[in-house]
Design a protein around this ligand. Structure first.
Ligand SMILES: [Fe+2]
Length: 255
């Protein structure tokens, strides 16, 4: 298979799973991540030789989600399997990269494998690093979009499973706020409320979005302002922390 045939192969593959909400969710997510990846590559003037690889990696990054949900009825890796590794395994089983050369195959698999890690492993070869950053940024930008929609439609109060059953209006964790100030990635073990999920997304603005084009897209889409307004309503007692976090995030996006 050629890389440009992968979007159609993905759609046909997804057709093979039941047309239920969770599968539709992941399919729509994948299409938007691919669109984000294209927008980032445009903004960064990605070298033409890497563009088909970047687009393929975006289409394939969550390939394992369909089997994960079919088998375990959850998208929680903590109680099932690492979906990034499952995506790699599924891709190899399907043989869609069998006609690609080894560096191409490895760069795409690496980007998939690393897309859900807290931090990237050190010393990745340049092409693998470029693709890994691309998929991680494109994925995060869509996670922003998904929360924007959830806020807009008031989806959250009736779906506590999305935030692990944590209190919706609980206070932010001091550890999460400190990591955001430092520009560090956040340890998911420190999450104690839904607000922490939102603060983590603000922390992505400060160090978590690798490409300037990704930061520009987040700024253009008003992602910080959407979170600021939402958090001020959700946890008014922590308004000062919210304003501080949003100021840091906005400044980082403009850098
Ligand atoms: Fe994923």
């Amino acid at each position: 298979m050629q890389l440009h045939d992968i979007p159609a192969a993905f759609e046909a593959y997804a057709d093979g799973f039941p047309a239920e909400d969770m599968n539709r969710l992941k399919r729509d997510h994948t299409r938007r991540v691919a669109a984000n990846a294209r927008a980032i590559m445009d903004g960064e003037a990605f070298p033409p030789r890497l563009r088909p690889l970047g687009e393929a990696a975006a289409w394939l990054h969550d390939l394992g989600r369909f089997r994960q949900y079919t088998q375990y009825r959850t998208f929680s890796d903590r109680v099932s399997v690492n979906h990034a590794l499952l995506s790699c395994a599924e891709l190899l089983r399907l043989g869609w990269l069998d006609d690609a050369d080894a560096p191409t195959r490895n760069a795409i698999l690496r980007a998939i494998e690393c897309h859900n890690l807290r931090d990237l492993p050190p010393c990745l070869p340049p092409d693998e690093l470029a693709l890994a950053h691309l998929v991680r940024d494109a994925d995060k930008l869509d996670i922003y979009t998904v929360l924007d929609h959830a806020i807009e439609t008031d989806y959250l109060p009736s779906h506590p499973d999305v935030y692990w059953g944590l209190p919706l209006d609980g206070p932010p964790s001091p550890k999460v706020l400190a990591a955001l100030e430092r520009g560090d990635s956040v340890d998911y073990a420190d999450i104690a409320s839904f607000a922490d999920f939102v603060f983590i997304q603000l922390a992505w603005c400060n160090g978590g979005l690798h490409y300037r084009a990704s930061r520009r897209l987040a700024l253009e889409r008003g992602e910080v302002e959407i979170r600021r307004r939402y958090l001020l309503t959700l946890i008014p007692a922590h308004a000062a922390a919210v304003e501080r976090a949003c100021a840091i995030a906005t400044e980082a996006l403009r850098r």
